[in-house]
Write a protein that binds this ligand. Structure first.
Ligand SMILES: *Cc1c(COP(=O)(O)O)cnc(C)c1O
Length: 392
C-alpha cells in the first residue's frame, strides 16, 4: 500500500526556509543575532548575568515580584507542580483542551490530572466544572490562557481560596495579556511561561515561573539546579566548596545566550502584541459576513495576547478545509486534541470519551489560522481569500 502523502512544512533542500505560511513563527532580526553572538564572546555562557537580567526584565514587564528562568515551558510547569508540593495521590484539575505538558507536569510529580471541560465559545476552562471536579484529594488547579485570553481568574481565585488550592496559570499563550487591568503573571499563585519559537518571544527553548512569594521563588531556584541550596553561611563555615542538596532537583537551567535572545526579543514585544491584535481584528472583520466561520468569543474584560487565532467551522467541513489549506501551503493546525482522549491518560487514569463533552464537540470544529507578527498583508489576504473561496 502506498504511504499517504503528507506535505512537508519545511523545505528540506534549504533547511529553515519555510515553504508554507505557518500558523506561528518566530521573528528574529540582526539585533537578536548580535545579542546572542555578543554573549557567546563573554566569559559566562550559562548561569551568568544575562539570566538575571532576563528574569528582571520579565518581572518589570509583567509586574510580578519573582521570576525564575528555566529550560522550557514544560520544566516551568514541572517546577510549579513541585512548588505546589504535588505528591503521589494528589489531584490537580487541568482543562482538557490544552497542550499535553499542562497535564503531564502533574504526572511527573506522581499526581493525578483531573480533566475539566471548557466553555465552547472561549475554549477557556469552565470554573463551574472545576468546582464540580474538586474532591478531598484536590491540591491545585492549572488554568490555561487558551489562545492568549486570560481565564476568569476572579472566579478561579475564589474557588481556589474556598477549597485551599494552589492556582497555577499556564500562560504559555498569554504573555502580555491583561484581565481587569491586571497583567498576566500577577493573576494566580504561580504563572508559567514558554519561550518556544511559536510563542510570543523566543529563546529557542525556554520557560519561566513567576510568583509573588520569595520562599517559593527560592524553592524553584533549587529545583532548577539539582535541589542545591547555595547557603553562603555554610560555605564560610565548612569551606568554599561546600554545597548541600536539600531536596530532589533537576538540571532545568538556561544559557546566557538564550537569555540574551529573550531580552532582545522582549524589547519588541509591545509592537508585536499590537500587530497580533491588528491581525485578529482584521480576521474578525473578514469573517463577520461568512456564517460558516466563527471566531472564538473574547471577553471584554481582557486585553488579548493572541498567541493563536482559532476559528470554529462546521464539523463536517473541518478536515476538508484543513487539507485544502495545507495543500495551498497554508500551515494551519488544530489546538488541541483533548488530553483526556490520549491513550496514555486513558490507560493510566481511566478517563474516557464523554468526560468533557464541550471540549470533545468543539475539538471537531476548530482550526488555527496563521497568526504571528511577521505575517505579511499579502499572506493574510491569501489566507482569507482561500477560506472564503472554500466556503462560497
Ligand atoms: C507551549 C506550551 C507549553 C510547553 O512549553 P514548552 O516550552 O514547549 O515546553 C505548555 N503549555 C501550553 C499551553 C503550551 O502552549
Amino acid at each position: 500500500m502506498p504511504k499517504p502523502q503528507i506535505k512537508p512544512t519545511l523545505n528540506t533542500d534549504k533547511p529553515n526556509v519555510p515553504i508554507m505560511i505557518p500558523y506561528a513563527r518566530q521573528s528574529i532580526d540582526e539585533s537578536d543575532i548580535e545579542a546572542v553572538v555578543d554573549t557567546l564572546r563573554g566569559a559566562l555562557i550559562t548561569t551568568g548575568p544575562l539570566v538575571d537580567r532576563f528574569e528582571n526584565a520579565i518581572r518589570e514587564f509583567t509586574g510580578t515580584k519573582h521570576a525564575v528562568a528555566v529550560a522550557n515551558g514544560t520544566a516551568a510547569l514541572h517546577a510549579a507542580m513541585s512548588a505546589a508540593n504535588i505528591q503521589p495521590g494528589d489531584e490537580v484539575i487541568v482543562p482538557t483542551l490544552t497542550f499535553l505538558a499542562s497535564a503531564n507536569c502533574v504526572v511527573y510529580q506522581g499526581g493525578t490530572p483531573v480533566f475539566a471541560d471548557v466553555d465552547p465559545d472561549t475554549l477557556l476552562v469552565d470554573p463551574a466544572d472545576v468546582e464540580r471536579k474538586i474532591t478531598s484529594k484536590t491540591k491545585a488547579v492549572i488554568a490555561v490562557d487558551y489562545a492568549g485570553q486570560p481565564c476568569d481568574y476572579k472566579r478561579l481565585r475564589d474557588v481556589a481560596a474556598q477549597h485551599g488550592l494552589v492556582l497555577v496559570a499556564d500562560a504559555a499563550h498569554s504573555l502580555g495579556a491583561d484581565l481587569d487591568g491586571g497583567h498576566v503573571g500577577t493573576l494566580a499563585n504561580l504563572t508559567t511561561l514558554s519561550f518556544h519559537p511559536v510563542k510570543h518571544i523566543t529563546t529557542g527553548e525556554g520557560g519561566m515561573v513567576l510568583c509573588d512569594d520569595e520562599t517559593t521563588a527560592q524553592t524553584i531556584r533549587r529545583f532548577r539546579h539539582h535541589g542545591i541550596d547555595a547557603d553562603h553561611h555554610l560555605r564560610s563555615e565548612k569551606g568554599q566548596w561546600h554545597y548541600q542538596m536539600t531536596e530532589l532537583g533537576y538540571n532545568y537551567r538556561v544559557t546566557d545566550f538564550q537569555c540574551a535572545l529573550g531580552l532582545s526579543q522582549l524589547k519588541k514585544l509591545p509592537n508585536w502584541l499590537q500587530r497580533r491584535r491588528e491581525i485578529a481584528a482584521r480576521y474578525d472583520e473578514e469573517f463577520s459576513n461568512l456564517p460558516q466561520v466563527s471566531p472564538l468569543k473574547t471577553n471584554d474584560r481582557v486585553n488579548h495576547a493572541y498567541h493563536l487565532y482559532v476559528v470554529r467551522v462546521p464539523a463536517e467541513d473541518r478536515k476538508r478545509l484543513f487539507s485544502f489549506l495545507r495543500e495551498k501551503d497554508v500551515g494551519v493546525n488544530v489546538h488541541y486534541i483533548p488530553v483526556h482522549l490520549q491513550p496514555f491518560h486513558q490507560k493510566r487514569f481511566g478517563c474516557s470519551e464523554g468526560l468533557c463533552p464541550n471540549a470533545e464537540r468543539v475539538y471537531q470544529t476548530i482550526i488555527s489560522l496563521p497568526m504571528f507578527p511577521g505575517l505579511r498583508d499579502d499572506e493574510f489576504a491569501r489566507v482569507v481569500a482561500l477560506i472564503k473561496g472554500f466556503f462560497t
